[in-house]
Design a protein around this ligand. Sequence first.
Ligand SMILES: [Zn+2]
Length: 347
Amino acid sequence: MSTTVSCSIDLDSPGKSTGYLKIGDSTNQSGWATYMVPIIKYKNGEGPTVLVLAGNHGDEYEGQFAARDLANNLDMNEVTGRIIIIPCLSQPAAKAGTRLWPDGTNFNRIFPGNENGAVHGKLAYYLSTELFHQVDAVFELHSGGRGHHFVPCSHMVWSSDVTQRKRMIEGMKSYNTSHHMIFPEQPGTDPTTLLPGLVERLGKGLVTTELGGSGIATFESTTIAKDGLRNGLRFFKAIKGESKTRAELGLKPPIFLDLRSSKSYHSATHVGLYENIKGAGDAVEKGEVIGLIHDMDHPDTPAVEIRAQQSGVIGVMRGFPRVNIGDVVAVLGPAYASTDLFPENPD
Ligand SMILES: [Zn+2]
């Protein structure tokens, strides 16, 4: 229970309501300030509650468009449960066009939050202790941000809880993207500090996406974001109609990329300008050059080659080309027609 965040609307009342999460704040410009986070709620009937979240990272846009589309264009007669929408979690980051908040905070590393911390900590605490407990499923919509570019996908972390894993696979598939990506837990990171990591451990339905990247949004990636969200809401029975599979829509079967192996991640070995030699979605062989790092201070020196550590399909390529040593420049792994075909141990 949060004492530093309140919601200006009754989330349990029927119908549509629009308001704010109001967070106690104090700034240089205003000693007695309230930090306001827009929130929209639709409720019709006794069906499940689905929470739609976007703008966790400020330079990821497709999810923000999809959430805003829902906030404006959902017909109450379509709704068969309750849908709560927060179109932009990290407004200061979004307004600055940056991944992180202006103080350097990654909103996706501070869960379960801090009731008496900075604004982002208070918001995370409210989500962790109140909102997540009221919902059946969460959509957390990301894109690659400036640094990365994904084949638009819904994705998941491979859960050791087999029941939860199966549930997450079905939710992931409901987004109907051409690719689905399966990641390991973030190395060197407590998974419950991530928003989706915490939601997963609360046993909620969970769908997460990476819908493009490079700090831009295209018509195609935004359309995928909007269409997938609607189909996913049907899957969770929050809006009317049957969710459709890709086959039912006449689309090619989805590709499941197994990115759980440590060999999936490729990092820059030098500082410089990274040139993608292969693109997101390309198939590559082990040992093939996938990128080059150029030392622009010494343009007559050979570029440093980055070679594929295993065969597979590139799920993530580099977006913004300037890299430091240790920056991830590509993620690739073997492609399967189903997660049922995944080996138990990817290494
Ligand atoms: Zn993100």
